[in-house]
Structure formats: C-alpha cells, structure tokens
Design a protein around this ligand. Structure first.
Ligand code: PHB
Length: 397
C-alpha cells in the first residue's frame, strides 16, 4: 500500500492558473510559503491556448515582480482599439483617453509558462496532475487539502489558510454549501465561434464589430497567427461550420467599412464557447478563500477574466500577509467586499460591451434602436469613449 504523505505549508492553493500562480508569487515576495496543487499536467496548463489582454497595471505588476522580460519582448502593446458598426469604423485611443495607459496582448498560457518557470526556479512547490482534490476542515484553524499524486499516492497539505483558485468547475466553490452561497448568474443566448489561422495581420489593432448578422472580433497571436471570433448559437455544433462558411461570415461581418479587406488563411483550430456572467459573492468560508474563475465568470467581450483573477489575489495576498505576519485578520474579513467592488464593475463592463455589440434575436425593435444609439453615442462622444477606455485598460485600485 502506498504511504500517505503530509506536508505543512502556510497557504495551500488549488489551481495553477493566473489566480493561483500570481498568488504564490505575491506570497513568496512577502516571505510566505505556499504549495499549489493542479489537476492538469504541466504540459496541459502550458499548452492550452487562451486569450490574454493584460490591463496596464498587470503588466506593471509583472515587471515589478521580475516576470516581465519575455512579455516585453514578445507581447504587443496596444494603445487603441477599433470599433465598428454598419459602415462606421472608429478608433478609440486608449492611451490618449487614460493619460498614457495601454493594454498588452500576451496570451494567458505565455503568462503561465513564465510564472511556472519562475516559481520552480524560486524553489516553489507545484504538484501537477493530481486527482481527488478536496478541501477539509475549512472552518478550523488547520484547514487541509487532500489529493492524490499521479502515481496514486495520497497526500495532504496541512495549512493556515486555503485558497480555491481552481476555476469555475473546481472543488473550491463547492466546498461551501450551496445553500450558503450567494450567487448571481446570467447566460447569454449567444456563443463565440473562435478560430486560430495561419494568416497575416489585417489591421494594426483589435476590431470589435457589430454586424446585423452578429458580433465579430479580429485579434491576433503573432504576426503569422490570427485569432478571430464570430457570434453564433451557443448550442451549435462546430461540425456545421466548415472553414469556408466561417471565412464567408468573417468577411461579411468585418468588411463593412470602406475598401478594407480581411486577409484569410488556413484554420488550424476552431471551437465554440458559451458566454456567461456569474458571481459567487460568498468568496470566503472559514479559512477557505475563492479567487478568479472559481468565484466569477465574465463573457470575453471586455477581456477581463485574467485581469480580474490577478486583482483578486493582489487583495488576498496583502490580507494573508497581514494575517500571517501580524495576526491581523481585518483584511481577510474585508476581502470579499473589497474584491467584489472591482468584480461587479468588471461584470458591468463585460455585460455592457457584450450587450452593445451582439445581436439578440429576442431584442425588441425599441431595444435594438437603443443599442444602435449606444454605438452612435460612443463613436461621437469623447466622454463616452473615455469611460470605455478607463474600464478597458483597467480601473485603478
Ligand atoms: C483574444 O485575443 O482572444 C481576445 C481579445 C480581446 C477580447 C477577447 C479575446 O475581448
């Protein structure tokens, strides 16, 4: 029989995504020990291609933490975005409208590759490929995380505090009884069909387009690889979308302004994701804290998911530091309320961008005209653009 292991650590973290990794790094900087357990393998974590539009302060944080070198070389700073509806295309100058702030396109898996390498180089412990992960005794002062190593050996982390940074489907949120969770949810009647294609850059910045057929987004990964999305039925089967049908829809939806043309190419990955908004306001129970997607989901239209996860753990790391160093738990008590103020603003922004840019078949003619007036106002008002820009580059702390 395999022997059960026990490990003592100050903070046990489930989940090696942006929330878990940034937290481990922030705690390390504060002299606090942590251990991460993750159900996926390191290859799966590092190889899952995800979007990543980093808010201004996240890039500064990465630089301050000594984690910004590759991002500075390989990431792409964007000082504006393009919005489009009907035949109108306009530029929203993020930097001018926010006193010099920008966003950086540096995909999430690249961030994770950098953070994992740095964490391991610092002697940090990350257990990949674990199973049967469960939180125990979260209402005592010695909470535990039980799990099995890939070879089946059971292990247990005995902690001062535990964190569920384990995504929407992880065990973290479910360790809080459903009857005690305050949750808010909105599903949208649309999904995004996303593709990766070998194609040249068509435009120097992202294009968010509202077309009468539905939303389209042009974004990029490298000068040779482009990422594009179109609004679709979330229940649709990707088998109904041969490559020619996808390109035809992209050309129609994006080529509405002047004689600009979208460059196409060979699609090498495609899939459909549903859009949802979700908040679990119960972000703490006893000594368990939730961060990132475990507590909230935003539709991707505002590119807020990763940024919000990092914001959560910035607040949480400071609170854990005060608790572990000085026995001051006031920051931990305030954590949900502090984090939720930012979370709800990001939820509002993501919902607003989604609603403004998508076509909803159930929308009344009145609502439709309001939507178009929203875009018309945004195109012509510097104040309205400043409000979008302020949210897009990331609200101040
Ligand atoms: C992406 O690059 O995949 C991306 C960018 C911006 C968004 C959503 C996705 O709002």
């Amino acid at each position: 029989m395999s022997q059960r292991n026990f490990t003592r650590t100050q903070v046990g973290i489930v989940g090696c995504g942006p929330a878990g990794l940034f937290l481990a790094h922030l705690l390390h900087r504060a002299g606090i020990e942590s251990v991460i357990v993750e159900s996926r393998t390191r290859e799966a974590v590092e190889g899952t291609i995800r979007a990543g539009l980093l808010e201004h302060w996240v890039t500064e944080l990465m630089r301050d933490m000594g984690l910004g070198d590759r991002m500075a070389r390989e990431g792409h700073a964007h000082d504006g975005i393009t919005l489009q509806y009907g035949a109108t295309r306009f530029h929203l100058p993020l930097d001018e409208l926010t006193g010099g702030k920008r966003v950086t396109l540096y995909p999430q898996h690249e961030v994770l590759i950098d953070l994992i390498a740095a964490r391991l180089a610092d002697g940090g412990r990350i257990h990949f490929g674990v199973s049967d992960t469960a939180f125990h005794d979260i209402e005592t002062d010695r909470p535990r995380i039980a799990f099995r190593h890939p070879d089946g050996t059971p292990d247990e982390l005995s902690c001062d505090y535990v964190v569920g940074a384990d995504g929407f489907h992880g065990p973290g949120r479910r360790a809080i009884p459903a009857a005690e969770r305050r949750e808010y949810d909105r599903t949208y009647p649309f999904g995004w069909l996303g593709i990766l294609a070998h194609a040249p850059l068509s435009w120097h910045e992202l294009i968010y387009a509202r077309h009468e057929e539905g939303f389209a987004l042009l974004t990029t990964r490298t000068p040779e690889i482009q990422r594009l999305y179109i609004q679709c039925d979330p229940r649709d089967d990707i088998a109904n979308w041969p490559d020619e049908r996808i390109w035809a829809a992209l050309h129609r939806r994006l080529e509405t302004a002047g004689d600009w043309k979208l460059a196409d190419g060979r699609i090498f990955q495609k899939g459909i994701i549903p859009l949802r908004s979700f908040v679990c306001e119960t972000m703490r129970r006893g000594r368990l804290f939730l961060a990132g997607d475990a507590a909230h989901i935003v539709p991707p239209t505002g590119a807020k998911g990763l940024n919000l996860a990092v914001a959560d753990v910035l607040v949480l790391s400071r609170a854990l530091e005060a608790a572990l160093r000085r026995g001051d738990e006031s920051g931990l008590d305030a954590y949900p309320a502090t984090a939720l103020r930012r979370i709800w603003k990001a939820e509002r922004f993501s919902w607003m961008m989604t609603t403004m840019l998508h076509v909803d078949a159930a929308e009344t003619p009145f609502e439709h005209r309001i939507r178009m007036a929203d875009l018309d106002f945004l195109a012509g008002s510097r104040n309205a653009q400043a409000a979008v820009a302020e949210n897009y580059v990331g609200l101040p702390f």
